[in-house]
Each structure stands twice: as C-alpha cells, then as structure tokens.
Design a protein around this ligand. Structure first.
Ligand code: COA
Length: 260
C-alpha cells in the first residue's frame, strides 16, 4: 500500500511509521489518521514484524497535534465523531499485541502527545517538547489525553499540563515519567531500534501477554488483576516458548523462540 502522508518501512522485524507532513509539523488531519490506522493494522497482522517505531519526518516535529484547520470547522456532532475516531485508533495502538515505541524527535503537542501516550514506550530527543495546548484553542484533549496523561504522570501534573497548555522539555518529561529515555537527537532512532531489537529477542508470547496483563490489569481491582496475571502465566506454562526459554537457560545457550 502507498501512503500520501506516511513513510512506512520495515527492517529486521521492526516496522517504522514516519508521519510525513513536515510542512505542517506532521499535524494529524483525517487523511493521515486513516493512513495511520491502515499502517498499524498492517503491521499488527504481519508475521514479519514484531515491534513498531512511530516517529515524525523533518527535523522539527514528532506530531504537532490534530490539524487545527480541520478542527476549526467541526460541528458538535462531527467533533464527537472526530474524537471517537482518534480514540479508537490510539486504543488500537495500545492493544496491538506488539510493542509500539514512540521516537519523539521534536514537538509532541496535543494529539502528538496523546499518540505518544498510547505507545508502549517513549524515547525522546533532548530537543523534543511535549504539551497539551488544547485550552489555548478553547477545547480539551480529545484523543485520550485527559485519561492517559493522568494515568501515566499522576493527576496533579496532568492537570497542570492540561490547564496551562505549557510545553515541557524532554528532561522534564522524563522527570515526571512521561518519557522513558532521553537521547541525543542524532542517536534517537538507533537507540529506539536497539531497544525494539532487544525486545524482539524475548519470547513473543511473553511480550504479548505482559503487555496485556499490564494494560488490562490497570483497569481492574488489584485482586482481579492478580488473578488475570496468574491466568496468563499459566497459559504461558503450556507454550513451547516457555519450554525453550527455560531449557536454553539450563543448557547455557541462547533461546530460539517460535512464538507458540
Ligand atoms: N495544525 C495545523 N497546522 C499546523 C499545526 C497544527 N496542529 N501545527 C503547526 N502547523 C502549521 C502552521 O500553521 C504552519 O503552516 P503554514 O506555514 O502553512 O502557516 C506550519 O505548520 C509551521 O508552523 P509554525 O507555527 O509556523 O512553526 P513555529 O516554529 O513558529 O511554531 C509550534 C511551532 C509547534 C509552536 C506552532 O506551530 C504551534 O503552536 N502549533 C500548534 C500546536 C497545537 O496547538 N496543537 C494542538 C492542536 S489540538
């Protein structure tokens, strides 16, 4: 499939999606959201790809938010559909079954910050900037920002970012837990690829179930979450990957996982 607003490629079992509207700081218009949906779905179902990196083209922005020229024209009914459409895509990214790593190479504002929040891990160039500036436009985050930001960095910091609309730099984003690692801009992609590559050496079923246990567990009371964890643990005990992983350790060799 060819894309107008994305560059999609894959190498060494890592899929890479770059939002490619640098002249608009990679702002997400409807067309780009549709293409992202197709590209993520393609990688989700591909047996050739085990991890995905999301980044932005051009040196300046990861994604500078939803496209404000489209937002400006929304009726209330369209606004609800618009928010729900983005929310569905971001929730799909969160539950893809494969790790999605955001390589935040510049501005991650509004929907750009929200899509990063839906990713499994966030790596940022030291020059990256994060923010939820929707209040400046008289609206609130509509792609999950009010929910995921509070869950990730806590209610106080989330409220501060959402109510002031202020941008924070990568160091501050890391300090509050919004970002996993900060790197030199020139090393951002290599660093993100190296972590994706490291995850790909692990048991694929274990990676999938770990993601599911954390994501579903966060929505449950603790006792139910623990029960769910034990259930997934027991399913893995029946997997060939578990036999291979434990046997490889005992035989002092590297495991060769098959994902079954
Ligand atoms: N939607 C649509 N277009 C956007 C955009 C967005 N979210 N963010 C940037 N652009 C466009 C600008 O309109 C400009 O287009 P033009 O050259 O046709 O006028 C181009 O991208 C470059 O942006 P510009 O504002 O000139 O760059 P800057 O370096 O002066 O400022 C930002 C960078 C990120 C501070 C500024 O672009 C900005 O505040 N963007 C909006 C961020 C936002 O509110 N996002 C949340 C939306 S809900």
């Amino acid at each position: 499939m060819t894309y107008k607003n994305l560059i999609v490629e894959s190498k060494d079992r890592i899929g890479r999606i770059s939002v490619n509207r640098p002249e608009k700081l990679n702002a997400l218009n409807r067309e780009t959201l549709g293409e992202l949906s197709a590209a993520f779905e393609d990688f989700a179902t591909s047996s050739e790809v085990g991890a995905i990196i999301l980044t932005g083209s051009g040196g300046k922005a990861f994604i500078a938010g939803a496209d404000i020229s489209e937002l400006a024209r929304l009726t209330p009914v369209e606004g609800r559909d618009y928010a729900r459409y983005g929310q569905r895509l971001f929730s799909r990214i969160e539950t893809l079954g494969k790790p999605v790593l955001a390589a935040v190479n510049g501005y991650a504002l509004g929907g750009g910050c929200e899509i990063a929040l839906a990713c499994t891990l966030r790596f940022a160039a030291a020059t990256a900037r994060f923010g939820q500036p929707e209040v400046n436009l008289g609206i609130i985050p509509g792609y999950g920002g009010t929910q995921r930001l509070a869950r990730l960095v806590g209610r106080g910091k989330a409220q501060e970012l959402i109510l002031t609309g202020d941008m924070i730099d990568a160091a501050e984003a890391q300090r509050i837990g919004l970002v996993n690692q900060v790197c030199d801009p020139a090393e951002l992609l290599a660093r993100t690829e190296s972590v994706a590559g490291a995850i790909l050496t692990k048991g694929p079923l274990a990676v999938r179930y770990a993601l599911e246990a954390v994501a579903r567990g966060l929505e449950m009371p603790l006792l139910d979450g623990l029960d769910y964890e034990a259930t997934l643990f027991s399913v893995l005990c029946a997997s060939e990957d578990m036999k291979e992983g434990t046997q490889a350790f005992l035989e002092k060799r590297k495991a060769r996982f098959q994902g079954r």
